[in-house]
Design a protein around this ligand. Structure first.
Ligand code: SF4
Length: 284
């Protein structure tokens, strides 16, 4: 099961996205997928290139629209495992409307956000994840907007799986992606993935100093929604690990009556030859 291809990523040396790529490849192999059973759908941004760097079906979509495409792919070809991916600008700015509704819709796919708290591809502007006071060429006197908390938003939107990890912790990140792939419903995995070129504040060292690993709390129960929300707020959204999982709620597709598990292309047409010919005539 070889999820590596021979495309050389053109990320900057040291970019956190390399680890996310490696974790996806390892996790896909560990859960027993074959390359032809996986689709990676991405948006726009440095992180969006990842769909070309995994040996699987891939689609590099348009800005903020990875999730609508990924949901369409999953509903049309239910036999595929689908990963959507992108950056914090892609998913939490232009794509935020899609993110919230994909979360509450709970279609069975995994959304991995490479959160570097800046726009990297366009050479370093303030993003919704940048801290207050963050200085870039778009906010030279420091951002005066409050920082968006994707974990709190995901909880409020009714997420059934929320995890967060860090590019430097490949073991944890791989395990969380495996858990997301095995989850029956929408899984959100936010990954602190440093932009070493443009973000000189939220560096690897900064994350190491500020991250709160849930392993420190052996009694933490990720099925307790109120405890999860409290822990997110207590740690200012800096905690890593499996934060919340609800295995009771069914995935969207499981609740559609008559929904067939086979992909559309593998389903028998229930039309007679006459009906089929009539349909073709209508489309001519
Ligand atoms: Fe990574 Fe930043 Fe370079 Fe983009 S600009 S590839 S996010 S380090």
């Amino acid at each position: 099961k070889e999820f590596r291809n021979n495309v050389k990523p053109n990320w900057c040396p040291g970019c956190g996205d390399f680890s996310v790529q490696a974790a996806i490849q390892r996790a896909a192999a560990n859960v027993g997928l074959e390359p032809e059973g996986l689709a990676v759908i991405s948006g726009i941004g440095c992180s969006g290139r990842i769909s070309g760097y995994v040996n699987a079906y891939g689609l590099h979509g348009i800005h903020g629209r990875a999730l609508p495409i990924a949901q369409g792919v999953k509903l049309a070809n239910r036999e595929l495992t689908v990963i959507a991916s992108g950056g914090d600008g892609d998913g939490f700015a232009i794509g935020m409307g899609h993110t919230v509704h994909a979360i509450r819709r709970n279609i069975d796919l995994t959304y991995i956000v490479m959160d570097n708290q800046i726009y990297g591809l366009t050479k370093g502007q303030t993003s919704p994840r940048s801290a207050e006071g963050f200085k870039t060429k778009s906010t030279p006197e420091g951002s005066i907007e409050s920082t968006l908390s994707p974990l709190e938003i995901a909880m409020s939107a009714g997420a059934t799986f929320i995890a967060q990890s860090f590019s430097s912790d490949l073991k944890q990140l791989t395990a969380l992606i495996e858990a997301g792939l095995n989850h029956k419903g929408f899984s959100l995995i936010n990954v602190f993935s440093p932009c070493v070129t443009f973000n000189k504040v939220n560096t690897y060292d900064w994350f190491k100093e500020n991250i709160v690993n849930l392993d420190q709390f052996p009694d933490y129960d990720p099925t307790n929604r109120i405890a999860a929300m409290n822990k997110i707020m207590e740690t200012n959204g800096m905690l890593t690990g499996l934060i919340y999982q609800n295995k009771e709620r069914q995935a969207y597709e499981s609740m559609i009556s008559g929904f067939k598990p086979e992909g559309l292309a593998n389903q028998e047409l229930s039309l007679s030859q006459n009906q089929f010919d009539k349909l073709l005539t209508e489309f001519k």
